[in-house]
Design a binder for this molecule. Structure first.
Ligand code: PEP
Length: 288
């Protein structure tokens, strides 16, 4: 696999295509690959499902053939986490919550803390999803503080960033992404258990998927941003996944983009066969 991962430019705004580094080895030219990031696929079930639907979905997922060596994380609503934990095949899938409280346990009616998720055996949490930002008023700072708290409690965090259509069309996209990312950079000390989900708001639940080129442009930008703030080693290892109307038909092409390390999937994660197909897009990546 050709990778230019460790060679991305340091200028965050640079659109120049990085050149692969070549080295002479055993009489031939080797492409030096820096990345060992595992492909990551998250299924965000949102506030969907019923006991019957969740049972059916769990059965479909358990019957699906998914590749080893891929982190696959399913994120049911809180109320179904216990059932899913009991019945989903742990050899194939991990669990994520869709949110958690900004601090520890206490008088926070209706909230679930990162400590409780950790105690219950839920290893991941999605934070800063655009629906929580827009519907629940979560600011960049709140998302970043939640992220730092969840990490300190021992969870892995899928931290979501992304611009609205107005922001993209008005030329504010990079500024918006900078603000979302900088808030995380200010709070997070250890990035080893962070996955960044780039989810353009205009693509979430709309059926309008970013083109592979659009997604790659932003993923590369985000990685360069991290490189400039956190260093090459952290940026190279950081998984940046794409979310926004990913389905079984478009996942393969998206997955072949150099800086796309997986997906966060909403609607298509509610259909077992589609989600399994998306998980298998990791195979297309491996062949690039
Ligand atoms: C999401 O909500 O994280 C998402 C990407 O949704 P969808 O796949 O339905 O666009």
């Amino acid at each position: 696999m050709l990778s230019t991962r460790s060679l991305r430019g340091v200028d965050c705004r640079s659109r120049a295509v990085a050149q692969p580094r070549v080295a002479i080895g055993r009489g031939r030219l080797d492409i030096v690959c820096a990345s060992s990031a595992k492909f990551f696929v998250g299924g965000n079930w949102k506030c969907n499902g019923s006991v019957a639907n969740v049972r059916k979905l769990v059965d479909e997922l358990n019957n699906g053939s998914v590749p080893k060596g891929v982190d696959i994380v399913c994120s049911p609503p809180f109320i179904y986490i216990d059932y899913v934990m009991q019945h989903l095949d742990k050899d194939k899938y991990q669990l994520a919550a869709q949110n958690c409280w900004i601090g520890g346990n206490g008088a926070y009616t209706g909230e679930v803390s990162a400590e409780q998720l950790q105690d219950f055996g839920v290893p991941w949490v999605i934070l800063g999803h655009s629906e929580r930002r827009s519907l629940c008023g979560e600011s960049n700072e709140v998302v970043a503080k939640k992220t730092a708290h969840a990490l300190a409690a021992g969870l892995g965090v899928i931290a979501c960033v992304g611009e609205t259509l107005d922001q993209r069309n008005s030329g504010a996209m990079f500024q918006v992404l900078d603000g979302q990312m900088q808030a995380l950079v200010d709070e997070v000390k250890d990035w080893s258990k962070v996955v960044i989900a780039y989810e353009p708001v205009w693509a979430i639940g709309t059926g309008v998927v970013a083109t592979p080129e659009q997604a790659q442009e932003v993923h590369a930008y985000l990685r360069r941003f991290c490189q400039s703030k956190l260093g090459t080693a952290v940026a190279d290892k950081l998984r940046i996944i794409y979310g926004g109307s990913v389905n079984d038909a478009n996942c393969k092409e998206l997955s072949t983009q150099e800086d796309i390390d997986g997906f966060l999937v909403g609607g298509a994660s509610l259909k077992g066969s589609s989600f399994v197909t998306i998980c298998n897009a990791a195979g297309a990546k491996a062949q690039v």
